[in-house]
Structure formats: C-alpha cells, structure tokens
Design a protein around this ligand. Structure first.
Ligand SMILES: Cc1ncc(COP(=O)(O)O)c(C=O)c1O
Length: 382
C-alpha cells in the first residue's frame, strides 16, 4: 500500500507529459527533436526534458519539476545561471561579492546599446586582455562564436583536451601531457590544447596553469561567453599574426566578439577572479564526488570517479579509467537506470555515461547533501 502511494507521489512529483508532447512535436521539425545531440536521451532512455527556466544551480522544466543541475549548460554556468544582484556568492562575505556587477545587470546595460555591431566594440578589448593575462600561452586571441569554430584549423598539429570531458571525466596520468609536448616539439608540429570545456574551469589560468605546460595554441569557449555563443583561439604572436587581416589565413565571423557575449564573459571572469572561487569549487566538487562514490560502493556497485576543481565524473566500472577504451568497459545500462532514478529525485546529470559533470559557485553544501541522499536511495534500488 505504502509503495503504491510513494509511487503515485513520485509520479505526481516528476510528471513530464508536457515535455514529452512538445519533444514529439519538435521531432518533426529538427533531426532527433533537439538542436544538439548531447541533449538527447538516447543512451539513458526516455525523452529529453524541456526546460523553462534556470537560476543559480537549479532548473525548472515546462511541467514545473525542479532539478539540481550538474550540467551547467555544458560548462558556461560556472558562477550559476542567470546571475543577478539579489543573489550573493554564498562563500564570500557580502561586501566581496558585491564588488562585481551581476551578469544580468551588465547585460541589461549593454543591450541598451544594441545586440550586435558588426564593427569593433570596446568590450572585445576588455575580454581579450582578461584572457591574455590569465592564460600564459596566449599572446593574441581571436573571438569566434563556438568551441567548434575555434577548433577548426588547418595546421600540422596534435589537438587534445588536457583533462578529458568528452569520454566522461578522465584526468591525465602524470607526465602524459609532457610526453605529448616533447613529441610535438621533436616533430615540428603544434600542440593545441582544446580547453573549450576546461578553460577557466580548472583554475583561472586553465589547464596549462594547472599542469604547467605551454601549448602552441589554445581554444577556449563556454565560460568566456557566460552563457552566450562564443569561442576563441589564441597563442603565440608569430602564429596568430598569420590570421587575416594581419596574415593570409582567412577567418571571419558575422557575430565574432559581439557585445552581449563579451559582457557576459567579462562579468563571469570577474566573479571567478574573486578570492576563494576555485577553492570553493574544489570543496563542493570533492564533497559531491566522494559522497557519490562512497554511496555507490556501500550499495555494492563497482564505481570509479574523480574530479578536478569544478569538473567531475564517475563510471560504473570495475577498473580505473585512464582512456576511452577503459571508459567503454563501463556498465552503461546501469548508468541509464541510475540516471533515470536521479532525474526522478530532482537531480539533472548529463544524459550519458561519457560526459563530465560540472559544479558552480551557486551549489551549496545542502544541494550536495541532497544529491548524495538521492544517490544513496537510487543506488540501493539498482
Ligand atoms: C572539448 C570540446 N571542444 C569543442 C567543443 C565544441 O564546442 P561548442 O559546443 O561551443 O561548439 C566542445 C563542446 O562541448 C568540447 O567539450
């Protein structure tokens, strides 16, 4: 009897019929019903949830369900969604977090001047200076509109994510990046760090500060646009001066460096630069992942995982995961059941075993405890 009631309450709590109906409509209008395949639920089953609004570390769907969000728009929402003046960084004294104008307030100011100039705007100088002074290997930078665009280059090079997020979260073994650096130097090839995901997520200077390696070129996106479409590539001056109009490599973009993306990026970086930001991300993320791993093991599951700063991941796997081959040995059907269970408990992870998770400055220890309690419950049911 009790079970039936719990079932009913659960169903009522996590009712997604409007989402289901609207996704079916969208399936007729765009391939697979989504405008980016990572939003599909192919590997976890069921249909994607359509979101209505996001704020801080919470998302609300169009049926009215609320979720703690560990996707963070796939990375950009590192200071929380829809950052506004009324919410303070919970880890900083009020006086400190007021130093920085909120993203929404700054956007409102910028928007009064227009949404796109198609001509230079001063905000490009501000963000370019911030990126160049934060990332040791970048002497010049070019803003584009997405990480994909930033990574498109026609040069003899080795390009990789210094910390992998796109096979699930995989931190490099000691010396792996150094060995690659040496190989590219010996072969006169460029080493390119694709830091679209890790840029400004692992530390203010990104992975190269974290691992003390200087690549020839770096691509960044996500966080430097604070939730707006953005990308950037940069590196040594002699290389960047090959780019048009300074040099012969033609690359252009209608919306490159547009004022809204620049504004959201500038305010996000200012907030991240405040003292304690990365320590807080580190504390929150370690509490989360250690809690999940502990809960999984106590419930008898083979589970592996790790984190660096505001990025984490876990695999249902018997062996430690060092590469995609190891990751592929994971029990993806168990992940799918876990995923659906967590969704019903109001926790939104990336809908694939092979994606990383992200925390933000707005996740509190209460959010983390709530997530771990949900995980304990779901692990017991698997
Ligand atoms: C490492 C990496 N590179 C490139 C991209 C593509 O970036 P965008 O989605 O902004 O085009 C992504 C997207 O998640 C990424 O994680």
């Amino acid at each position: 009897m009790e079970r039936t009631w719990i079932g009913l309450i659960k169903f009522w709590k996590h009712h997604t019929s409007i989402s289901k109906r609207e996704i079916q409509v969208m399936e007729e209008l765009t391939p697979g019903g989504v405008n980016s395949p990572v939003r599909a639920f192919k590997s976890v089953g069921g249909q994607p949830i359509i979101m209505d609004s996001v704020m801080g570390c919470r998302m609300r769907d169009i049926d009215g369900n609320e979720y703690i969000d560990y996707v963070g728009s796939w990375g950009p929402a590192i200071i929380g969604h829809a950052d506004d003046e009324s919410r303070q960084n919970p880890f900083l004294p009020v006086s400190a977090s007021k130093l920085t104008m909120s993203v929404l307030a700054a956007l409102a100011e910028t928007m009064k001047k227009g949404t796109s100039f198609g001509a230079p705007c001063l905000l490009e100088n501000v963000l370019a200076e911030m990126v160049i002074s934060a990332v040791p290997s970048i002497e010049m930078v070019r803003f584009v509109n997405s990480g994909t665009e930033a990574c498109m280059g026609e040069v003899a090079a080795l390009i990789l994510e210094p910390v992998v997020g796109n096979s699930g979260f995989i931190a490099p073994k000691p010396d792996f990046l150094n060995a690659l650096h040496n190989i590219t130097k010996e072969n006169d090839a460029f080493l390119i760090f694709d830091k679209v995901m890790t840029g400004f997520r692992l530390s203010y200077g990104g992975a190269q500060e974290y691992f003390s390696i200087t690549p020839d070129l770096t691509t960044i996106a996500k966080i430097i646009g604070g939730g707006f479409p953005v990308g950037a590539y940069g590196g040594r001056r002699e290389i960047m001066e090959m780019v048009a109009p300074a040099g012969p490599m033609y690359q252009a973009g209608t919306l490159g460096g547009n004022p809204l993306a620049m504004t959201a990026g500038i305010q996000t970086l200012k907030r991240l630069k405040e003292p304690g930001s990365y320590d807080n991300l580190n504390k929150i993320t370690s509490e989360l992942i250690l809690g999940i791993l502990d809960a999984g093991k106590k419930a008898g599951h083979a589970i592996r995982g790790g984190y660096v700063s505001g990025m984490f991941g876990f695999f249902f796997n018997e062996v430690p995961v060092y590469n995609f081959g190891d990751a592929k040995k994971s029990d993806t059907s168990k992940f799918a059941s876990f995923y659906r269970g967590m969704l019903e408990e109001g926790v939104y992870f990336a809908p694939s075993q092979f994606e990383a998770g992200f925390t933000s400055l707005t996740h509190t220890f209460e959010d983390i405890q709530q997530t771990i309690a949900a995980a304990e419950k779901v692990f017991r049911q698997l």
